[in-house]
Ligand binder design. Structure first.
Ligand code: C2E
Ligand code: CA
Ligand code: CA
Ligand code: CA
Length: 278
């Protein structure tokens, strides 16, 4: 805990909580994680439900800390955002993801598309479009094979979101709205945005067979996507029943444990035929 000194300046009292110390240690370790080669990516297949065809992968970041083991993103992305490390991390992720696409190609595996997540904080500093264009130029990946995922809240909470999104669109990359349905996106906004894809949040898919509200929302999002001419992909598909439900209601794209967990790059080479419904 912070205490105020006699002269009015602040210092960390010896009673500083264990949690505070722990956070500082984590912060210091995270700052060095890239240079120490502790950051890596997993890739999760995105598939066409009716054919099982691989249409793309989503890159998901991991931190392999010698002290902590493999740390999941929900434990370090918010920290990276707080300490101003997310730009560096985000650029590393994008570069690595694009490079991996080229590597797979050299190994004879054609992955049509790669999806990469962007953090709201990456929109706050400088031109994100310039960063993306630089990475594409350096790696040689065709912009059309890159899809950037931003959450609804990023779009609604970033003042110049539309300008940034337009800049990204101008480079030729695809844009997806992640976790769709959980934020408070205005449909008017959606109409203005040059996005191509809506990702239905996992929370709606989870209870599809038991919760009629979740079913209704899922169907509504699929319909909305259709009317706006967007492609719709469902995340968190874990069962054949969920896949069948989606297909029946006109959503033919899915991602989830039913098809594959996020995997290391070499595992995707062995990824051949995936499940067909039923
Ligand atoms: P997200 O973008 O919504 O990513 C999907 C998350 O759902 C991933 O968790 C994935 O492993 C998990 N998932 C996929 N299929 C299933 C399923 O069938 N069932 C269940 N229960 N979970 C499933 P992960 O990898 O732990 O990532 C969590 C979040 O961390 C991501 O959510 C994303 O918001 C963030 N994240 C991951 N990588 C990055 C990154 O490179 N940059 C940024 N800014 N955020 C990232
Ligand atoms: Ca995502
Ligand atoms: Ca998501
Ligand atoms: Ca989600």
């Amino acid at each position: 805990a912070k205490a105020r000194g006699r002269n009015g300046y602040q210092f960390y009292a010896p009673s500083m909580t264990g949690e505070g110390v722990e956070r500082l240690r984590l912060e210091a370790m995270l700052r060095r994680s890239i240079e120490k080669n502790e950051i890596f990516l997993n890739y999760q297949p995105q598939v066409e439900i009716d054919t099982g065809r691989l249409i793309g992968v989503e890159a998901l970041v991991r931190w392999n800390s010698p002290e902590l083991g493999v740390v999941p993103p929900f434990r370090f992305i918010p920290l990276a955002e707080d300490i101003g490390f997310i730009s560096q991390l985000g650029k590393w992720v994008l570069y690595e993801a694009c490079r991996q696409m080229i590597r797979w190609e050299e190994q004879g595996l054609s992955v049509p598309k790669i999806a990469v997540n962007l953090s709201v904080k990456q929109f706050e500093r400088g031109s994100i479009a310039t960063m993306v264009a630089d990475v594409l130029a350096e790696t040689g990946l065709d912009p059309q094979r890159l899809q950037l995922e931003v959450t609804e809240s990023v779009i609604m909470n970033t003042g110049d979101a539309l300008a940034f999104i337009n800049d990204l669109h101008a480079i030729g990359v695809g844009l997806a709205i992640d976790d769709f349905g959980t934020g408070y996106s205005s449909l008017a906004y959606l109409k203005q945005m040059p996005v191509q894809t809506l990702k239905i949040d996992r929370s709606f898919i989870k209870d599809i067979s038991t919760d009629i509200n979740d079913e209704a929302i899922t169907i509504a999002i699929i319909q909305l996507g259709k009317s706006l001419n967007l492609s719709v992909i469902a995340e968190g598909v874990e069962t054949a029943e969920q896949a069948e439900f989606l297909l029946r209601h006109g959503c033919n794209l899915a991602q989830g444990y039913y098809y594959s967990r996020p995997v290391m790059p070499h595992a995707l080479l062995e990824y051949s035929q995936v499940k067909e419904p039923g």
